[in-house]
Design a protein around this ligand. Sequence first.
Ligand SMILES: C[S@@+](CC[C@H](N)C(=O)[O-])C[C@H]1O[C@@H](n2cnc3c(N)ncnc32)[C@H](O)[C@@H]1O
Length: 314
Amino acid sequence: MDIVHEPSAPVPAGHTHFRRLTLVRTLVKAVSILVLDHLGEIVPRVELVMLDEHGVPRFERPPGRCLRRRRTLADMVATFDNIRLIGPPAADGDYIALNEHEIVHLHAYPQIYAVPGLYEHVVQERLRCRSPQVAVEGFLREMTRLAIEPSSTTVLDIGSGTGLVGELVRGGGVASVVGVDSLTEGRIACMRDRPGIYTDYLIGDLGSRSGTLPAQLRGYALGGLISAGAFGGSHAPPAALINALSVLPVGAPVAITIDERWMDSSDPDGFGAAVEQLTERGDLALTERKRFQHRITTTGEPIFYDLIVGTTGG
Ligand SMILES: C[S@@+](CC[C@H](N)C(=O)[O-])C[C@H]1O[C@@H](n2cnc3c(N)ncnc32)[C@H](O)[C@@H]1O
């Protein structure tokens, strides 16, 4: 960080305002962390960041005001070489260090999406995530099997993030994609990095009982559903899948990827039970279920997901 300028004038003895400024400047020299400001732009904020013996960050905010400076894109891109993967993932998952002092959780999407290319660099390149490709390939296979013409189909992508799935499925010939994500930062990043890929990108949670999203989505004449890495755990719940299927016509192709841990059908609240119920009720006919390596952890262990492919029933 290069944002410290010590005052040239001496600090008057007993002047609390100047004493506080001096304290803040000292801390800025030490550490900082990335946060989003109210405009959705990434800025450094003063934080003490310490790791415990497992490499898990503990955040302790110092007293006094935060000192902020806008960070440019050039600043951030230059830091990609310094990014470190922090592991082993403790109970709450993977972390990455953006540089010596700035540490974020892998699911800190607002912070990560705010930096162009950062999500792709860490998740796709460093952690070798394959879910978008596997989901899109499964989806296109199902379209072919159903003899549906991609160039006349509008597809729903749940948990669109920065738009990787939309880009791939459009590359496969699909005419139009409507994205949904719970985070405005996803839409901002997608419009910034992949403009024109999505016909529309809505913000909301399809799992919410009170939401208006299903009604909005019915207006798009959707002909398929695709989702990569957006279901389960801290992400979208089974209700989001059920609600998403309810806005599709009968005979629509579906391809989703879900962590195999959430597919354990002995968990009544998990996706395994939900998928079983959907198939028993005839709302979804499965044509493919395949285990694959979704990505690796920050310490290189494989994480396995299930690819679920099928067709909506009625
Ligand atoms: C691991 S990212 C995957 C992004 C994209 N599908 C990809 O493969 O690159 C998961 C995304 O799901 C979104 N998400 C999490 N919970 C959600 C929910 N309840 N409804 C919609 N999106 C959600 C997150 O905001 C995040 O953008």
